[in-house]
Design a protein around this ligand. Structure first.
Ligand code: AMP
Ligand code: ZN
Length: 467
């Protein structure tokens, strides 16, 4: 079996990946807060962990991998949109309008991420569905002396776990206090203490709890949902490196204190940030855009994915228009070569090896380029699919292009051959058959008509005779 190596943020080394249970490899990735459309940066972890998910499925078997990615649907910005709609005369209670906004945003998210050829995780829990489990976990933390209630809030007491807090990001509590932008509040025993539960105003969504009507803090959501769906120890936890502190530190503190016998997550993986034309993406610089914006402009989702995969996930990646243009041109060539054959067989072992080396997607693409030049179209296709490229679901964009794709030329030759046979023009019929066979296209005549597929030695240049 292939040994996968992954860089573990926790140990700062690339380690052999040894699953807790190879029959159920478990991965949790922090998902979006669903207040608006996903920007291009949000798509990076989705694509990165989609490649990992595909690799794990390839190595351990599709039914032996469980991938969970949550939706954070408790958020001030969701509430603000709902409130604005209500004030503008929208029908329904505020609670319904909040739910409507989350539903709408989740729908967009799944559509946009689907356009990038990402597989849906096995579970996509919404925070609002797990409030009872969050309350139970908070009560347990209080009982164990790791949290305290104060003025309608419940806070995690960092001092109760001081020696371990900050290990993931490599900071001590004292360093963090010195440099942190922590919210100072009179009810906090230590300024680093973070919120597990906070009060809600009457008009905003809230849930009854032992500490009054309120809502959970963001960090406890992931601790509760990962525990419910994956257990107290699971294999991989992922997200962008902007989440390492405080979000992931706080998840670890909560989960390890609530379940001291569990390991929580063994391997922590973080993708670097996306930039645009060399600059941080931000609204004020005017280079802020969503995945939807790009799709609307006619940039195929597969092109976005391909650009992403050319940079290793632990390096900052730069989105540029030039990269998108080059990626599109290359994908067109690849699709002409192998876009319409089935991906029978196994991917090239070198592609698997590159991905198994801490997701070296750039290395995998280098092998694909070589296969495109010299290789078998079936192996090429199967290898591309392991990266989520040239898949059936992502492939619709190419067929609509003006340039005749190879399959259209082949269909044309077959139609000419059928017509020539009907007319008893055997010379033309044979000529068509010869062109197809010299190009490596396999034609089978069946009672339903002629069927064809690309043979292993497919040579598209031989089809030029048909143009
Ligand atoms: P958020 O909805 O802001 O919590 O972000 C959802 C996911 O997108 C998290 O895993 C973030 O780390 C990630 N993310 C946000 N901005 C970027 C960016 N510019 N580049 C890469 N990942 C990002
Ligand atoms: Zn999280």
């Amino acid at each position: 079996m292939t040994t996968i190596k992954l860089h573990n943020t926790r140990t700062r080394t690339k380690e052999d990946f040894v699953p807790i249970d190879p029959d159920n490899v478990r991965m949790y990735v922090c998902g979006p807060t669903v207040y608006d459309r996903a920007h291009l940066g949000n798509a990076r972890p989705v694509v990165v962990f989609d490649v990992l998910y595909r690799l794990l499925r390839h190595v351990y078997g599709a039914e032996h991998v469980t991938y969970v990615r949550n939706f954070t649907d408790v958020d001030d910005k969701i509430n603000a949109t709902a409130l604005a709609r209500k004030q503008a005369g929208a029908e329904g209670t505020l609670e319904q309008l909040v739910q409507e906004r989350s539903d709408e945003t989740i729908g967009w998210y799944l559509h946009d991420m689907g356009a990038l050829g990402t597989l849906e995780p096995n579970e996509m829990p919404r925070a609002t569905q797990y409030i009872a489990q969050m309350i139970a976990m908070i009560e347990d933390l209080i009982a164990k002396g790791h949290a305290y209630a104060a003025e309608g809030h419940v806070l995690f007491a960092v001092d109760s776990w001081k020696e371990s807090y900050g290990k993931l990001s490599g900071r001590s509590v004292d360093d963090m206090i010195a440099g942190a932008r922590v919210e100072v509040a009179p009810y906090k025993k230590n300024p680093m203490d973070f919120v597990l539960w906070k009060p809600s105003t009457d008009e905003l969504p809230g849930w009854d709890s032992p500490w009054g009507r309120g809502r959970p803090g963001w960090h406890i959501e992931c601790s509760a949902m990962s525990y419910e769906l994956l257990g107290e120890s699971f294999d991989i936890h992922g997200g962008g490196n902007d989440l390492m502190f405080p979000h992931h530190e706080n998840e670890i503190a909560q989960s390890k204190c609530a379940h001291p016998h569990g390991e929580f997550a063994r391997v922590w993986m973080h993708n670097e940030m996306l930039q645009v034309e060399g600059k941080k993406m931000s609204k004020s610089l005017g280079n802020f855009f969503t995945v939807h914006d790009l799709l609307e402009q006619g940039v195929p989702g597969e092109v976005i994915r391909f650009v992403f995969l050319q940079t290793h996930y632990r390096k900052p990646m730069d989105w540029t228009e030039e990269k998108a243009r080059e990626a599109e041109a290359e994908l067109r060539r690849w699709r002409s070569f192998a876009g319409n054959i089935d991906a029978m067989g196994n991917p090239d072992p070198r592609v698997v090896a590159a991905l198994a080396d801490d997701l070296n997607t750039h290395g995998a693409i280098t092998v694909l380029r070589e296969l495109y030049k010299n290789g078998d179209a079936h192996v090429f296709r199967a290898s591309a699919e392991l990266l989520g490229l040239l898949t059936f679901e992502i492939g619709q964009w190419f067929d609509n292009q003006v340039e005749p794709a190879h399959d259209e030329l082949i269909e044309y030759a077959l139609a000419m051959r059928a017509e020539a046979k009907k007319q008893k023009d055997f010379q033309t019929a044979d000529q068509m058959r010869d062109i197809l066979s010299s190009a490596g296209v396999i034609v089978k005549d069946t009672p339903e008509g002629s069927k064809w597929e690309y043979g292993s030695g497919f040579d598209p240049s031989k089809l030029d005779a048909l143009k």
